[in-house]
Design a protein. Structure first.
Lengths: 124, 268
């Protein structure tokens, strides 16, 4: 059944990066939505419940974490959100955790690790 | 009150000096603003290089792990090389970005309390495959009575990682690399002393200052055997100093190298 496939939302403005992640998750049994901006991300989450959101922090229309705040206010928050960032700085990690992210992952996340984390979250 | 000097020559000279000072200040401001632009450019270009590299590495890993179908051994080898090259490039880009931020005084320290033994263990484990591949041995000796450290953990990790990476790169097969961590007393302050040593090619004493200088390679020729941005040790020194410590080396050509850095136990 289609509906049994976990829904992954990738929020990232680089088409090259979302293209790679889409292949990874679609080929491993997930439904994938892609959003290139905060606005698109909120629209996707409003249409279909998101199991895992992979959220880039720098988006063309603002700070990625504000998507999470907006979604929470509208009760369409993903079950799990993981931040994707270019740098593992403690200040950034602290900000993400405070905003409700389950994990902060540094790009490029080795795919074996990324898949393992997403499987763990969607199985729970 | 200044002593009165009614001589017009003296007044004239004062005016001339003021003009020269103003001019120098202007030139200085101009140079600083150009330097800031250059730094900003480096930061931007680093970000723009990371994004396509992320895509390349992710796609290559998808292929390597057989997610799009099985591969022959030769195909997997080839893709593994693409990933290795990509990660190496990513590290170089990261170094340029860190250097640019350091040069612009944008590097900040986020201190936390931690045991350096955990960091050394983590970095050693990450390097183990490379050590095995090169036929080296890596030993770690952390003194048990070591106090915990208050410093920026990421930055300390970066420094240890850089020193171990260099030791591995500059030591021929069959050689040894070691990391010793011990308590150290310097200027009446408790420090943690980290030594990263190797039995590699060594560095002539006249080049000791050079290795910490930005963009420096002891052998800058295009045919040099060891590649890199030449920023690794410059960054390491900056990070150690930002955390209140100092870094130095003991080495002679052909006799291996021992890099040391000492960090105060508390940044106070």
């Amino acid at each position: 059944m289609e509906a049994a496939r976990p829904h992954i939302l990738i929020v990232e403005d680089s088409v090259a990066v979302t293209g790679a992640l889409r292949v990874l998750f679609e080929e491993t049994g997930h439904d994938v939505s892609v959003a290139g901006s905060l606005k698109e991300a909120v629209e996707v989450a409003a249409l279909r419940a998101v199991d895992v959101m992979l959220l880039d922090l720098t988006l063309p229309d603002g700070d990625g974490l504000s998507a999470l705040t907006t979604m929470r206010a509208r009760s369409i928050e993903p079950r799990v959100t993981a931040a994707l960032t270019g740098h593992a700085e403690p200040q950034i990690a602290a900000r993400c955790t405070a905003a409700g992210c389950r994990a902060v992952l540094v790009k490029p996340v080795p795919i074996a690790e990324l898949l393992a984390r997403v499987r763990e979250w969607t199985a729970a | 009150m200044h002593p009165v000097d009614s001589s017009t020559t003296a007044e004239h000279r004062v005016v001339q000096l003021e003009e020269a000072l103003n001019e120098a200040a202007q030139v200085n401001a101009e140079l600083q603003s150009r330097d800031a632009l250059k730094t900003q450019f480096l930061a931007n270009i680093s970000h723009d290089l990371r994004t396509p590299l992320t895509a390349i590495i992710t796609h290559a890993e998808i292929l390597r792990d057989g997610i799009l179908g099985p591969l022959s051994d030769r195909q997997r080898e080839s893709i593994t090389s693409i990933i290795g090259g990509g990660r190496q490039l990513l590290q170089a880009v990261g170094e340029i970005l860190t250097y640019a931020r350091g040069a612009a005084n944008q590097l900040t320290v986020s201190p936390s309390e931690f045991h350096i033994s955990a960091v050394v263990a983590q970095v050693s484990a990450l390097n183990e495959p490379l050590v095995v591949k090169k036929g080296l041995s890596l030993s770690v000796d952390v003194r048990p009575e070591l106090p915990s450290l208050v410093a920026d953990r990421e930055q300390v990790t970066h420094v240890i990682s850089n020193l171990i990476g260099n030791a591995i790169a500059f030591t021929p097969p069959g050689g040894r690399v070691w990391v010793n961590v011990s308590p150290h007393r310097d200027a009446d302050v408790d420090h943690v002393l980290v030594e990263v040593g190797d039995t590699g090619i060594g560095i002539a004493p006249e080049h000791h200052d050079l290795v910490f200088r930005e963009f420096a390679q002891v052998d800058p020729s295009p045919s040099r055997r060891h590649h890199g941005t030449g920023l690794g040790l410059t960054i390491a020194r900056r990070l150690v100093e930002l955390n209140g410590g100092r870094i130095w080396l003991e080495s002679r050509l052909g006799e291996g190298s021992r890099f040391f850095f000492a960090l105060p136990v508390s940044t106070g």
